[in-house]
Design a protein around this ligand. Structure first.
Ligand code: GLU
Length: 495
């Protein structure tokens, strides 16, 4: 079977719940759905599954929108941008779900069930003990109006259950191929709670049907709900919700973390915002997320989003769990930083320097010029933008806030080191033109030729005194950018 129907445009969607911080697994799902839609020249819908007011938050919604924009996964239809099938927040569509539930009831495809929690539990335990399936036993499937009235008179509030047709459920998963669930494994399920709240098993198929979604890509964790979703589509075809077709489903592999455990929302490396804070580029992060289950080809790990879109085939997604490897993620991000023009890196660095309090917000022209001049010194050396902030801090910091790393000072600015620093200061004081070549020439003449030091021993004390750390961008260039008076002042302070 082909993945797409010729002549029928692809419509894919992403519909996260706004709970907590956006996480890596979510972003991977969004990316694959988006790339699938774009590869096929289709549409991408961004909808929000906020049907549970006790868990959902506006803050989390805002973060989701923000992070999708940051990643550059644009949507044709959905929250914030609107579209013909809105609204796109499920909390604003409650009347739609109530209407669909009512029509399912009227068509005899769903029914009210009045079982209490204790009754359900008792029967479940008994079924388990007898080795029968422990899902709902269908006891209230065929209540008479009189029986219903009697329960209502007791003050019981019913849930609405969908009547699961008794048959095996087979579908051709876009990632996994044919999958069958036996009839015994899928019982009548709740679509509306007793308090009137619809469950995602109802809301998502309803919206997918009404929004013309043709392909549902989602996590493997909800694979077991798919037969129920498909049964609902078949019911929708009978009551005229949507165009009567059932979307294709593809279940994306688990992402595992350390020790091959499933990566959980609570693992620090799953917090998407953390990557932005650390200065991952969206390009780098997306590239790495793409590798969680997919690859461009055997030779290339590093590619652009456009290259991914061009090559993305859902059938090539690997169904096996994908291990999240932070080192690899950083390495790929570093590659993307090196691929960017240096001016671009400089521009992206500015907000990180501002967050660190090192430049103003907005940055002044002078500050921007210094960032532009300094970025070439770190461009090839960093895997994330915050590393550049650390390396360049010495250039931007207020002189009275400047301090030298104590451990580095202890090693490099002992008596011998201070002697070296003094010689360096004297040599630099005499430099006529303050540029990299003259600085280098003066320091070599004084420390290497004059004091007979090996270069590492010669320059270490200068580096620590002036940049505050043993790890810095190239020394002579750094001194040029820092300027003569600050350089000399720091060397004097170190003595
Ligand atoms: N909000 C669900 C999730 O992100 C989506 C469920 C679905 O795709 O049907 O897991």
């Amino acid at each position: 079977m082909t993945d797409v129907i010729p002549g029928k445009p692809v419509v894919a969607r992403f519909c996260p719940s706004p709970t907590g911080n956006p996480h890596v697994g979510m972003a991977r799902t969004a990316l694959f759905s988006w790339a699938f839609a774009r590869h096929h020249g289709g549409r991408f819908v961004f909808r929000i599954e906020d049907t549970d007011a006790s868990r959902d938050s506006q803050e989390s919604y805002d973060l989701l929108v923000d992070v999708m924009r940051w990643l550059g996964l644009d949507w044709d239809e959905g929250v914030e941008v609107g579209g013909d099938n809105g609204p796109y927040r499920q909390s604003e569509r409650m009347d739609v779900y109530a209407d669909v539930a009512q029509r399912l009831l009227e068509a005899g495809l769903a029914y009210k069930a009045y079982d209490s929690a204790e009754e359900l539990e008792e029967r479940r335990d008994a079924a388990r003990a007898a080795g029968r399936p422990s899902g709902y036993d269908g006891l209230h499937r065929d209540l008479t109006p009189e029986q219903q009235a009697a329960y209502e008179a007791e003050g019981r509030k019913p849930v609405i259950r969908f009547k699961m047709p008794e048959k095996d459920w087979t579908f051709d998963d876009l990632v996994r191929g044919p999958i069958t669930f036996g009839a015994d494994n899928v019982q009548d399920f709740v679509i509306v709670r007793a308090n009137g709240q619809p469950l995602y098993t109802l809301t998502n198929p309803t919206d997918d049907a009404l929004m013309g979604i043709t392909h549902v890509l989602r996590g493997e964790d909800i694979l077991s709900s798919t037969p129920r979703q498909i049964a609902l589509y078949e019911a929708f075809a009978q009551i005229g919700v949507g165009d009567g077709s059932t979307p294709r489903f593809g279940h994306l592999p688990y992402v595992t973390g350390a020790g091959n455990r499933k990566l959980s929302k609570r693992d620090p490396e799953s917090n998407l915002l953390g990557y932005r804070e650390q200065g991952f580029l969206p390009e780098g992060l997306l590239n790495y997320l793409a590798l969680l289950g997919w690859s461009l080809d055997a030779e290339r790990d590093v590619f652009s989003l456009a290259e991914m879109v061009e090559a993305f085939e859902i059938g090539r997604v690997n169904p096996n769990p994908a291990r999240f490897d932070l080192d690899k993620c950083e390495a790929i991000n570093g590659d993307h930083i090196r691929r960017l023009p240096v001016e671009d890196v400089a521009q992206r660095l500015v907000p990180y320097l501002a967050t660190a309090g090192l430049v103003n917000e907005p940055a002044s022209e002078e500050e921007e010029a210094l960032v532009a001049a300094a970025t070439p010194l770190v461009h090839e050396r960093i895997a994330k933008l915050t590393e550049a902030v650390d390396m360049l801090r010495f250039l931007f910091i207020d002189e009275h806030d400047f301090s030298v790393d104590e451990a580095d000072a202890a090693k490099n600015l002992d008596e011998k080191g201070r002697e070296t620093a003094r010689a360096a200061r004297d040599a630099l004081e005499a430099v006529e033109t303050w540029d990299t070549e003259s600085i280098e020439a003066a320091l070599r003449a004084s420390l290497v030729d004059g004091l007979g030091l090996k270069p590492r021993l010669a320059f270490g004390p200068v580096r620590v005194a002036v940049t505050g750390s043993r790890i810095s961008p190239p020394l002579f260039e750094s001194l040029e950018l820092l300027g003569r008076s600050r350089t000399l002042a720091r060397l004097s302070a170190a003595l």
